[in-house]
Design a protein around this ligand. Sequence first.
Ligand code: PLP
Ligand code: CA
Length: 302
Amino acid sequence: AAASAAELLCCANARALLDSVDAFLFDCDGVIWKGDKLIDGVPQTLDMLRSKGKKLVFVTNNSTKSRIQYANKFQSLGLSVNQDEIFSSSFAAAMYLKVNQFPPHKKVYVIGGEGIVQELQLAGFTALGGPEDAEKRAQWKSNCLFEHDKYVGAVVVGLDPDINYYKLQYATLCIRENPGCLFIATNRDSVGHMTDLQEWPGAGCMVAAVCGSTEQEPIVVGKPSTFMMDFLLQKFNVSTSRMCMVGDRLDTDILFGQNAGCKTLLVLSGVTTQSTLDDPSNSIKPDYYTNKVSDILSLLGE
Ligand code: PLP
Ligand code: CA
């Protein structure tokens, strides 16, 4: 069936949306901030939603930080957000292993940053690779084997600004040669905002490198996969029909919300433009769209 057109948020439907929702799930980049810059009107909007008793949850695919590091980022931007309200794809990777009873004597090899390593360690797992292997070089010599740890039972791949051939060889050997080794991707975003000015290659390109060498597809724990949603639903007692997912990306955020049966609101303050939304070849349509989250505030006349 063809998706019905998205409705522009207006005074009447904004009021109805607020009345029909108990929890708002916010994507972060492109909604709350862009890179390291807060988006206009966000603090006031979050305050208003909290004052109306709405539960707020923050779901980000950016794996470079742990939840503790995100709580600090929120605080440095002047937003008071509790660690329990934050679901990052770095945390999701650790929780995936926990929920699936990954044996504690096995190790996890990381292509990614400190955020993933920290979450794995907080969950009680032994992490190898990541920033530690940033300077390593893969050198091949005849009669000399590249050694990898046979106890690695999972490889987690996320955004890694120091990805190199050594890490690719390490991860590839673990996945191809260690029996039952899991291949987990934090997310597959094509691009991300390192700063507010430009888009940079996202974790999708690092994940694709490992798909190429292993001829395997990863388990994705970030949006649009339902893992984070299932996990956060166990923590909060809210029905998905009374939740609204607010995001700037159709193929991650809006699809994530729709997969779970949430209402969806697209904001045009991030990667999606009006012309992408209107493009007939785009099959993912949010319920509502607006320029930025603080429109909720102005439309309600608050
Ligand atoms: N991954 C990386 C590396 C990023 O830099 C970003 C955004 O900046 C994202 C993913 C997407 O994050 P979010 O889900 O908060 O939009
Ligand atoms: Ca986003």
